[in-house]
Design a protein around this ligand. Structure first.
Ligand SMILES: Cc1cc2nc3c(=O)[nH]c(=O)nc-3n(C[C@H](O)[C@H](O)[C@H](O)COP(=O)(O)OP(=O)(O)OC[C@H]3O[C@@H](n4cnc5c(N)ncnc54)[C@H](O)[C@@H]3O)c2cc1C
Length: 381
């Protein structure tokens, strides 16, 4: 995942002695990230550079290592699958119920259970909680190669870490290093690549694993290297992950939920799953964490003023969080959807948010984020 503007909210949330390890959580911990590293967008047919996508400092993180870094000092109960939520009549507490029959009660439940969130379903109902497919799909591939091939994939003129390539014929390829920990053994490196392609939202894809790979390889033959080769060199039968591109806009009136006097809310992909070509989901999830943290600071400790004061303060604080999050992330869900469309339509590419705005947060979003909870000092974009 590309971490860029989300570093600012992260700085507020995570002690410096933990955050100082961020470089080690990158896909290649041996290559320090410079202030000027940017994601190159290449013409997939010719290999010409289209643009280096505008962003702030761009870290390429590996999910498992980043998660491990953030876990330091935190009491995590593993294997707890949330199945239901209940609320006390006095408006003071919320109880999360888990599949293993246990439960946990507290003042607030911030559900971050991902794009197919169970809590979202409980809050808005089965139908309204469903993600909305758009007319594109992709097949994610993680591959290892011979030493010679692995070195070739990272050698000039290719970018050693990441690159994206829209193709004039309407598909879009990605290639990045996924795991370069074993510096001396390129044969142990893992690469991550996919080609996303048009597929009507109502179409049910019945390809087998093998057929998904054959389909990716066929599309890759239209591309220049490194895409053509990385797909050609992958085995014909291995596990790959096909998925339709989907999103869910939390700002739509039909997606509104009752937060039960500020006792339950959604954050991250649970609140706003979005398409990934603009590289924003993680960054918005971090901004949510920041804003929700400021909301908790607003009411935490107010029990001394009486239960009614606590309930009121929590209600107000969560209303502010949700207003900011829905405006900011709702806009991003729409921008990312627009961007996915443009990345698969050559005539729209030059107007795509990736080209015109880069990965930078839009002005409206910055305003939302900065105004919420008078956070101007804590988050400087
Ligand atoms: C191919 C791809 C590339 C991407 N690239 C970028 C990028 O460059 N930059 C960027 O900002 N974003 C990117 N994203 C998006 C980013 O990965 C997500 O936005 C981010 O991971 C969201 O984090 P999350 O914690 O909200 O959800 P998740 O990472 O999905 O985590 C949800 C967690 O909830 C758990 N869970 C699920 N159901 C339950 C349940 N019932 N009870 C308890 N736990 C449950 C899951 O096991 C999981 O651990 C990309 C996504 C994809 C798919």
């Amino acid at each position: 995942m590309g971490l860029h503007w989300g570093l600012n909210p992260l700085r507020y949330l995570v002690p410096e002695d933990i955050l100082s390890h961020i470089e080690s959580t990158q896909v290649d911990p041996h290559v320090p990230t410079s202030d000027n590293d940017r994601l190159p967008m290449i013409n997939g047919q010719t290999g010409d550079m289209i643009i280096e996508i505008k962003s702030s400092k761009f870290y390429r993180l590996r999910r498992d290592k980043f998660r491990r870094m953030l876990m330091g000092g935190i009491d995590i109960r593993w294997g707890k699958k949330i199945t239901n939520v209940s609320y006390s009549d006095d408006k003071l507490t919320v109880t999360a119920k888990f599949e293993d029959g246990t439960s946990d009660t507290g003042s607030i439940l911030v559900a971050t259970d991902g794009p197919h969130s169970k809590v979202r379903t409980l809050l808005v109902g089965e139908e309204a909680a469903k993600v909305t497919p758009i007319d594109f799909a992709s097949t994610m591939c993680f591959t290892q190669h011979t030493r010679e091939h692995a070195l070739y994939l990272r050698a000039k003129p290719h970018n050693p870490l990441y690159q994206v390539a829209p193709h004039p014929e309407g598909c879009c390829a990605w290639l990045s290093l996924h795991d370069g920990d074993d510096k001396e053994h390129p044969e142990n490196w893992t690469f991550f690549h996919y080609i996303s392609f048009p597929e009507p939202r109502e179409e049910i894809n019945t390809r087998s694993n093998r057929e998904h790979i054959a389909h990716q390889k066929a599309m890759a033959r239209k591309f220049v290297d490194p895409w053509r080769s990385v797909f050609e060199w992958m085995p014909d039968d291995m596990d790959v992950w096909y998925s339709k591109l989907r999103n869910w806009d939390p700002s739509l009136p039909e997606h509104a939920w009752d937060n039960r006097a500020g006792r339950v809310t959604l954050a991250g992909d649970a609140a706003h799953p979005m398409t990934f070509q603009r590289g924003q989901g993680l960054n918005h999830a971090l901004q949510d964490s920041f804003t929700v943290c400021k909301a908790i600071e607003e009411f935490w400790g107010s029990r001394d003023e009486g239960e009614a004061a606590l309930i009121q303060k929590r209600t107000d604080a969560l209303a502010s969080y949700e207003a900011e999050m829905k405006a900011r992330a709702g806009e991003e869900v729409r921008l990312s959807g627009e961007n996915s469309l443009a990345m698969h339509d050559w005539s729209l590419l030059s107007k795509s948010p990736s080209l015109t705005k880069g990965m930078i947060l839009s002005r409206t979003c910055i305003r939302c984020a900065a105004l919420s909870f008078r956070a101007k000092k804590a988050v400087a974009y």
